[in-house]
Design a protein around this ligand. Sequence first.
Ligand SMILES: [Zn+2]
Length: 263
Amino acid sequence: MSRRVFAIRHGRRDAVRSEHFYGPSPPDPHDATMPMDYFVWAITGGDGPIVVDAGFRPETARRRGREVVADPIGVLARLGIAAAEVRDVVLTHLHYDHSGYLSAFPRARFWVQDDELAFWTGRHAGRGAIGQTVEPPDIVELVRLNFEGRVRFVDGDEEMAPGVSLHRVGGHAPGLQVVRVQTGGGPVVIASDAVHFYANLEEDRPFAIVHSLPDMYAAFDRVRALAGGDDARIVPGHDPLVLERHPPPRPDLAGLAAEIAVG
Ligand SMILES: [Zn+2]
C-alpha cells in the first residue's frame, strides 16, 4: 500500500532566531529573522485519510498574535479530504496550535498518548508558562470526547494502520508522539514538535519550550532512527523550509501545501 504525506501550512509568524532555541544565547546585534510556520498534515492511500493535528482557530491566532494563512479544513477539502468524513485524527500533543479544530471532525476518533491527556488534566497543567501552551477549551473538549468513546489512547509505540505507526518521544510536551509513514519512496517521519526546525537537528539545539530536556535530545535521536538516519525523511513541525524543500501537490496549492516527496 502506497501512502502519500502532505503538509498543510495554515499559519505563520515573524520571529528572530534567538526566540527559538533553549537556554541563553550570546548577545547578537544581528539576530537573524527566522519566521515560523504552522502546519497540519494529512496521510492518504489507506482505507481512509488520516489527519495529523488540528491546527489553531482564527480567534486563537488573533489573540496570540499569529497570522492566519489559510483555513486548514478548506485546504484539506482542496486535497480531496472532507474533514466531516475523516475517521482518524492523530494529535501529536495538545498545545494550542495542534488542537484547535477538533469539532471539524465529527466522525473521527482522536489518537493521543496516555501521558499527554493525563498531564493536561493533572496537577501542573495550569501553572504559568505551562498552562499558556494550551487552550483550556480544547482540553475540555477532548475530555468530553473521551466520554463519547472518541479518544483512542496510545501508550508508547503502536501501528495505527498498515504502514502508519505512532511513537511517543516526549521532550517538548509530556506525551508528544511522532508519526512514521511508509510511502512509495520509503519512510517519512512527521516529527511535529519533536523537531520544530531542521536547525534543531542540524545544530543539536533544543527548541525554547521544554518539558524534559533529556527527552528532547533523546527525541532527536529517535526521530532520526525512525527515519533510517536520513534527515531528508523528517518533516519538522514549524519550519518554512518544508515548503521550499518539497513541491506543492498542485500549482494552485503553492504556499499552502507540499507533498513530502522522498526516495
Ligand atoms: Zn507547535
